[in-house]
Design a protein around this ligand. Structure first.
Ligand code: GUN
Ligand code: FE
Length: 441
């Protein structure tokens, strides 16, 4: 049981704590006290620091606040995943386009039925909260039933959109352009800025639909998301399709298609962005478009990914492009962002890239992703002024007074017996000062 305590109108939480600040900085306290206050329904951190110092300043006895087991971290923001693909995470993968056609499109078709949506949504959203993720950017199927169920079950930190598909896809998932545009109006009216305009990707979404979506997103201040340059086959397929579309015959790169449809901008998040020409990096940088990188999905096929390749985060940073991490459920096989953090570390280390990849990946799964989604001033880590959103993780070893943030994070991640078991590390999830999940033991 996480010992959240109330005293003098304040909420306190004491324990070991990791607080990511940047790619290279992460605070570690062996024994921290978080002091938060609830005002008008929002519980905001007022103080965080050494428990003994804070208790002394207030004249409190430290014994009043029992230490929580394990370690406290900010809750995760997963910047790219498909909630309707929970059941294709472990289907055989040979390539992106084959996996979409064979497994993913047929599964998404099942979300036309509201009873199926309800059952799946109740299960999926309780599971993802149990893995420590409380916000992010999510793809739904084309159906209003699926979007409605997701919006009802997801906490308010998730922005969600129905995919827009009106060409070059199975008939059973093809919308008319009019219906697709109407779905954007409906989503924006019903869910305001929790609604995200979501052209699936250029092959399935016509330029007129993408342009209409971009206009509506910009008029209504909404986020947009799509997929870009995930695999070489996908790029070839896309350029082949578009060279026959009037107005796009002269296109040389995938990104130009989106630029021409006015999709780029500071509220747009491009999934993957692995195989870029130099000009594509410039287009994203100039337009301040952000990238969602999904290492478990892009991982080699033997690691249950789609074998798409390794995102060049160093290049993105050199170009000044904002980026964060996503699970890409179900191209990605795992729900929990600890798996994504671990995969990022392993793949970049294997590629000979330097740096403390665990710390970087934790930052890119919390503060950086919350920031890209517009929550950065008041969510994303455990600094003063942030809403009290956190997870408690088991830590059987590694929590020592003289440990470092890197050694503690490595010890936490090292406890998982195998990939896909990281979700078992999360003991509780707290949103806005209230426990919304506790592991049963
Ligand atoms: N590109 C277009 N659709 C998808 C999808 O559902 N998953 C992934 N990984 N890539 C896509
Ligand atoms: Fe995806």
């Amino acid at each position: 049981m996480l010992p959240l305590r109330e005293k003098d109108g304040l909420i306190m939480l004491r324990g070991a704590l990791l607080n990511p600040l940047s790619d290279t900085e992460c605070e570690y306290y062996f024994d921290a006290l978080i002091v938060a206050r609830s005002v008008h329904g929002v519980t905001t951190i007022e103080e965080v620091g050494e428990a003994s110092d804070i208790a002394q300043q207030h004249g409190w006895h430290l014994e009043e606040f029992p230490q929580s087991e394990g370690v406290i971290l900010p809750a995760f923001y997963d910047i790219h995943f498909h909630w309707v693909q929970d059941d294709v995470r472990h289907k055989p993968k040979t390539s992106l386009l084959e996996w979409l056609e064979t497994h993913t499109f047929p599964e998404e078709a099942r979300f036309s039925e509201s009873a199926y949506c309800e059952t799946k949504a109740a299960y999926f959203w309780s599971r993802i909260i149990a893995t420590g993720t409380i916000g992010g950017l999510c793809y739904s199927s084309i159906h209003s039933t699926a979007l409605e169920a997701a919006m009802r079950h997801a906490p308010d930190g998730f922005r969600i959109g129905n995919v827009l598909m009106n060409m070059s896809c199975p008939e059973y998932l093809k919308q008319s352009t009019e219906d697709a545009i109407q779905s954007i109006h409906d989503g924006a009216n019903a869910y305001e800025n929790r609604y995200c305009v979501t052209p699936r990707f250029a092959p399935t979404t016509s330029p007129d639909l993408m342009s209409a979506g971009a206009r509506l997103a910009k008029e209504n201040g909404l986020f947009m998301q799509t997929h870009l340059c995930e695999t070489n086959d996908e790029i070839k397929h896309t350029l082949n399709l578009y060279k026959n579309i009037p107005g796009f015959e002269d296109i040389h790169t995938y990104t130009e298609i989106y630029a021409r449809c006015d999709l780029l901008g500071p509220k747009t998040i491009m999934g993957h962005s692995i195989h870029f020409e130099q000009g594509e990096w410039y287009m994203l940088a100039r337009s301040d478009t952000a990238i969602a990188s999904c290492p478990t999905s892009n991982a080699p096929i033997e690691d249950l990914g789609l074998g798409s390749g390794l995102f060049d985060f160093e290049k993105a940073e050199a170009e000044g492009i904002r980026w964060a991490l996503g699970s890409d459920i179900g191209g990605g096989p795992y729900l929990c962002m600890f798996d994504v953090i671990d995969s990022f570390e392993r793949q970049n280390r294997a590629a000979g890239k330097n740096g403390n990849h665990h710390i970087r990946a934790l930052y890119r799964s919390t503060l950086a992703s919350a920031g890209i989604l517009g929550f950065g001033d008041h969510r994303g880590n455990l600094s003063v002024g942030k809403r009290l959103d956190c997870i408690q993780c088991t830590a059987k070893r590694g929590i020592e007074p003289d440990a470092t943030s890197a050694s503690v994070l490595k010890a936490v991640i090292g406890q998982a017996s195998e990939r896909g078991r990281f979700e078992e590390l999360v003991l509780s999830t707290v949103v806005n000062g209230a426990i919304i999940y506790e592991a049963s033991r």
